[in-house]
Write a protein that binds this ligand. Structure first.
Ligand code: ARG
Length: 458
């Protein structure tokens, strides 16, 4: 048996440089389990359709199962000479069960085989990633519940804007991760179609039961065009796009954690177990974990760009360029999973400095809008109210006090419409709790949303 299954028409050995340059085995070996799973289904289908004998199929199947055990046990030799995981396993099969192993590749090409393997593999990874997202959402919900009535300044332009509940702020991330989960579920639908039977590109002259294969392997249906089946990598790109958006969310969250843990904010403190020190400055405690998550977002975006660029301008159907899909895809999978895995436990043990948040919400005239709204209720047009309160703020800045420190006489100096009840209207608590519109930050509204969320993530 020659080393390379395709060597029949060649008179020269492959150059060593080419052998290494061409090989994908160093990274596609992670597909071994799914390659074997696909091959077992293919062999069974071939036997069912009478293309190979039942006994032959049995031999192939038990040979493949034995190879899976060898790989699991670390006893399998992966060499560049065998190019990729598909050829490596086929070669080993023939070593183990003899020439009958050569029947497995009937009615199949590596082109439809690799498309199948990546789809099988990615399906599992998407499910795992969705579980990790759910986990993170649960952690967020727990922290929100524990700190339900904690008030913090809400920001626009990173300037204090209006007071909000910390729980409301956290649940904004819940909503982002919910969309990430849904995007993956949507991507899954297009991953979950079965390409085998496309052959190299044109379909197969054998009587293949593609529906049986799809069912055996848990796919929703076989693909509809053989050329598309072997040249489509949209599903990898879609996954990388969903992964990029998810990383963008984690990166924004990381940025906030980094800011919040600075001495300037002191809203939270990351646990020692999730921080690192400086090799020179003894006092330092650095938020390396969220910084790295923020940084790793770059490589996940890069992988998306790489895939889009690899696929751009490729003629139909398969081209070797497409072997370049794997490292980008695998790297995005690994990176996102690593980030999600560390994020939940880091959040779960971080300390929330409620008092500092509450104090920060007190300064900065955060309830100025509420004071303007107070005058609106007295019938004054909003633009005019805005101006009146603006003057009051300017006065407070000049006299170094907060709106809440103004006496009723001072208020009346700005507008006769002010009454004693302005005091309680502009309290931070009143401001938060007045925002009862669906999706607003009022305590009762956030509580209601938390109730819905608990049903969503059950
Ligand atoms: N290692 C190849 C890849 O990842 C498998 C498909 C090879 N097909 C071919 N016609 N050379 O794309």
């Amino acid at each position: 048996m020659p080393l390379k299954p395709w060597s029949g028409r060649f008179t020269q050995a492959t150059d060593k440089l080419v052998e290494e340059f061409n090989a994908s085995i160093s990274f596609d070996k992670r597909l071994f389990r799914h390659d074997i799973m696909g091959s077992i289904a293919h062999a069974r289908m071939l036997a069912k359709m009478g293309v190979i004998g039942k006994k032959e199929a049995d031999k192939v199947v038990s040979g493949l199962k034995a190879i899976e055990k060898e790989i699991d046990a670390g006893k399998f030799q992966f060499t560049h000479a065998l190019e990729d995981i598909h050829m490596a396993i086929e070669k080993r099969l023939m070593e183990k069960i003899g020439p009958v192993g050569g029947k497995l590749h009937t009615a199949r090409s590596r082109n439809d085989q690799v498309a199948l393997d990546v789809r099988l593999y990615l399906r599992d990874e998407i499910k795992e990633m969705q579980n990790l997202i759910k986990n993170l959402q649960k952690t967020l919900t727990d922290i929100a519940k524990k700190n339900l009535d904690c008030i913090m300044p809400g920001y626009t332009h990173l300037q204090r804007a209006q007071p909000v509940l910390f729980s409301h702020h956290l649940l904004a991330y819940y909503e982002m991760f919910k969309r990430d989960y849904e995007r993956l579920a949507d991507c899954f639908k297009r991953v979950n179609v079965m390409p085998l039977g496309a052959g190299a590109l044109a379909g197969s002259p054998y009587p293949l039961d593609r529906d049986f294969m799809a069912k055996e392997l848990g796919f929703s249906k076989p693909t509809d065009n053989s050329l598309d089946s072997v040249s489509d990598r949209d599903f990898c790109i879609e996954f990388c796009a969903a992964a990029s958006i998810l990383m963008m969310h984690l990166s924004r969250f990381s940025e906030e954690l980094i800011l919040w843990s600075s001495q300037e904010f002191s809203f939270i403190e990351l646990s020692d177990a999730f921080s690192t020190g400086s090799s020179i400055m003894p006092q330092k405690k650095n938020p390396d974990v969220p910084e790295l998550v923020r940084g790793k977002t770059g490589r996940v975006y890069g992988n998306l760009t790489a895939l889009l660029t690899v696929m751009k301008g490729l003629p139909l159907a398969y081209n070797k360029d497409m072997q370049e899909d794997k490292e980008a895809l695998f790297d995005s999978i690994d990176t996102v999973k690593d980030c999600l895995k560390v994020f939940s436990p880091m959040l779960a043990v971080m300390k929330v400095n409620k008092d500092n948040m509450r104090e920060a919400a007190q300064g900065g005239f955060l309830t100025a809008t509420d004071a303007a709204d107070y005058l609106v209720k007295k019938g004054i047009p909003f633009r005019e109210c805005h101006h009146i309160i603006g003057r009051a703020v300017a006065y407070c800045i000049k006299t170094s006090q907060g709106l809440e420190d103004l006496s009723i006489d001072e208020w009346k100096g700005f507008s006769k419409a002010f009454d004693k009840d302005i005091k309680k209207t502009i309290s931070v608590e009143a401001s938060v709790n007045s925002r009862k519109t669906k999706g607003g930050t009022a305590l009762e509204t956030v509580k209601k949303r938390l109730g819905e969320i608990e049903r969503e993530i059950r």
